[in-house]
Design a protein around this ligand. Sequence first.
Ligand code: SF4
Length: 131
Amino acid sequence: MHRLNPFFARIGYDRAAKIILPFEDVGKKLVFDCRLCGQCILHYTGMTCPMTCPKNLRNGPCGGVRLNGHCEVKPEMRCVWLDAYERSQKMPIWGRELLTEQPPVNWQLHGTSSWINLLKGVDRRLRVVSK
Ligand code: SF4
């Protein structure tokens, strides 16, 4: 159990989310172009937001990556998953996290605080770890 859990449980997760969500929204939007999916997997993807992929893929690229490494949907954009791979290889402790299979996006969590969802454990349901 997370150390902060009792504190947030005491003030109530809903109230904590109201306080935290604006900070998470602004901060992560600025740094990671966060789309507020409510189930953050940044540290699995070399701190690259997978929701910036036009197809919202959470387990690697589609089959349509162009020869120049750009997206098939938005040709002017580099594939998010190339960035995710390269960045994850530079991360000292989370490099292999990229191999963790992610559950499908739960759109019911969209627009909610991923930090609070992490504390509540609702973002981890169905996650499978590769051996
Ligand atoms: S994975 Fe979700 S919460 Fe994390 S930065 Fe991307 S949209 Fe935001």
